[in-house]
Design a protein around this ligand. Structure first.
Ligand code: BMA
Length: 330
């Protein structure tokens, strides 16, 4: 029982948080927006290939309750954001009926082979939320692929490379009954998706990630494999509580989960994370890697209202995982 010994040996003073919040959180909120909106949260994030600047594509909920995506760019990804004066990706139900109730929660990946950025986002259709794909080179012109995975499905991101001939997407369908697990699917052309497999199952019973799990930020390439941050949702008498956990997938075969942490590593703590439009939510959707090749800046929605920033060390997360690995679900 390696896990038990580790716990017994760790004194309180040795405990160090793996995610470290920026002292001036939240870094972006609806007060800063150049036009009237209800909330700004769950942003996709990417370091721009040409300029090295950090681009966030925030989910912005307007005062009708319908979301669009709006970009904000900054040199250091912390302050002095230059925010688009109007929506960057606006739902267009005439061309894309699946977007009738908005577009939400983007995840961005740079695709070296295609020389463009891939954005996976939730389209809120009359049949429920599904996963849509758009490609872009400049975040001004977008090639829309439409809904690639039908409702109910969300929390999707694409890997930056093919495995053999196939692109791979991680996503989270919701079944009519039972638990909602994280899945992986493959496609030869980005349009037709198959070979669907459960990747990270929700645990059961009293676990923090029982019943419902979903991918957070896009998969992070490391020497040990693909580092995955995911959210777990626990149903409580006072509503759903969101916490963040970590796992590692095999580098060459991402259907293999090598490590999965037993404990959550990040959860709602401060007022801006505990009080908002939805209480007790931290919801990371984007990260950028810093110049040291180890520190990641993680961007997260706080209580479905504003955007927070936390940093973590890939090395520390991987080491922690080796000490807290538990692949079971019971
Ligand atoms: C999820 C998504 C997110 C939201 C979260 C917490 O299901 O809808 O957009 O941030 O719930 O409300």
């Amino acid at each position: 029982m390696k896990q038990k010994n580790n716990r017994a040996n760790a004194s309180c003073s040795e405990f160090k948080e793996l995610f470290r919040r920026y002292s001036d959180n939240p870094i972006l909120s609806h007060y800063q927006w150049p036009y009237p909106v209800n909330s700004v949260f769950n942003p996709g994030a990417i370091r721009l290939i040409e300029s090295g600047e950090v681009l966030l594509l925030a989910r912005v909920e307007d005062r009708r309750g319908i979301s669009h995506l709006c970009k904000a760019v900054s040199h250091d990804g912390i302050k002095e954001w230059s925010i688009d004066c109007s929506p960057t990706i606006y739902p267009d139900p005439e061309k894309r009926p699946e977007e009738i109730w908005g577009v939400e929660d983007p995840r961005i990946t740079w695709m070296p082979e295609l020389k463009c950025y891939a954005i996976l986002y939730t389209s809120y259709s009359q049949g429920g939320p599904g996963v849509s794909l758009a490609l872009t080179k400049n975040f001004k012109d977008f090639e829309h692929y439409g809904m690639i995975l039908p409702p109910e499905d969300k929390d999707a991101a694409i890997f930056p490379k093919r495995f053999g001939k196939y692109w791979a997407v991680i996503h989270r369908p919701v079944p009519a009954s039972g638990s909602a697990h994280i899945w992986i699917s493959f496609s030869p052309d980005l349009k037709h998706w198959g070979d669907h497999k459960i990747l990270i199952p929700a645990r059961q019973g009293g676990w923090w990630d029982a019943k419902k799990v979903g991918l957070s930020v896009p998969p992070i390439y490391t020497n040990e494999g693909w580092l995955i941050l995911y959210h777990g949702v626990r149903k409580t008498a006072s509503g759903d509580h969101y916490k963040i956990g970590v796992a590692v997938l095999d580098k060459e075969n991402p259907t293999i989960v090598k490590l999965r942490g037993s404990d959550w590593v990040f959860g709602p703590l401060y007022e801006y994370e505990r009080v908002g439009d939805v209480a007790d939510v931290v919801f990371p959707t984007g990260y950028v890697l810093n110049d040291d090749g180890d520190t990641i800046q993680i961007y997260y929605g706080a209580a479905d209202k504003s955007i927070g920033l936390a940093t973590a060390s890939i090395r520390e997360l991987l080491y922690w995982l080796t000490q807290h690995n538990y692949l079971g679900t019971i």
